[in-house]
Design a protein around this ligand. Structure first.
Ligand SMILES: *Cc1c(COP(=O)(O)O)cnc(C)c1O
Length: 226
């Protein structure tokens, strides 16, 4: 992809984020994580040269090859895909900045045990299935607060920083909005009781709406790389 095209895409996304966040509050800061799964390392390097520092992947294997080949760049890496239990050790080895898709208590306990063994900690977000969709992973809305508390109390190697959610898969803006509002309401409670400070919601097709609903981290792939 041409550098000029990537610059244009990135500028547009940054501009839209800016509009959305200022409409909420000038003090509302939003982080952009560029999701590279549709793209390649060359394009990630170009984005780096344009100032982007945070990148995300949804597969451990891809995360591994990219963190290794782009090792010389001061990037932060976010993992945001379903983690199979046989990939836990690999993920720990890669020391991601943030593991955004911790999606069950069982996975948390398994991850905690391996982290303990390696004397490491990992910053994570609890993924919630805010639109109650079969096709998506994540804990249910009803259980989210209890599971968050349980992980905080029983998994000392896991540093929970907040929530991640994928907006409802729908053409209906109201439904998408509702899924974001539901996530934000839970986040707001966790912010007060557990100092959670990351509410990760919003992708290429819905990030402005997500920000208006309180998101402070958006994960954008296709609008940047396609
Ligand atoms: C792929 C992916 C994204 C980015 O998706 P786009 O719609 O291309 O912006 C964000 N979050 C997760 C969890 C993803 O897997």
């Amino acid at each position: 992809m041409l550098k000029e095209q990537l610059r244009k895409n990135l500028d547009k996304v940054i501009w839209n984020i800016e509009q959305a966040r200022v409409s909420l509050s000038e003090h509302h800061i939003v982080k952009l994580v560029a999701v590279g799964k549709y793209s390649d390392e060359e394009n990630i390097k170009i984005l780096y040269s344009l100032g982007q520092r945070a990148f995300g992947e949804n597969q451990v294997q891809q995360l591994e090859s990219r963190t290794k080949s782009l090792e010389e760049l001061p990037l932060e890496w976010h993992m945001m895909g379903t983690l199979q239990s046989n990939k836990i050790n690999k993920l720990i080895e890669l020391r991601p900045t943030l593991f955004q898709s911790l999606d069950s208590l069982k996975l948390a306990q398994a991850l905690n045990q391996r982290l303990e063994h390696k004397n490491q900690t990992m910053s994570c977000l609890l993924q919630i299935n805010s639109a109650k969709e079969e096709s998506k992973s994540g804990v249910s809305i009803e259980e989210a607060e209890d599971i968050y508390a349980e992980i905080t109390e029983s998994c000392p190697q896991i540093k929970l920083k907040g929530l991640m959610s994928i907006g409802a898969h729908s053409e209906n803006k109201k439904e998408i909005q509702k899924s974001f509002e539901t996530t934000y309401n839970i986040y707001d409670k966790l912010n007060k009781s557990y100092k959670a400070n990351i509410c990760s919601m919003g992708m290429s097709n819905d990030y402005e709406l997500a920000i208006q609903c309180g998101s402070n981290l958006v994960r954008i792939g296709s609008k940047i790389f396609k």
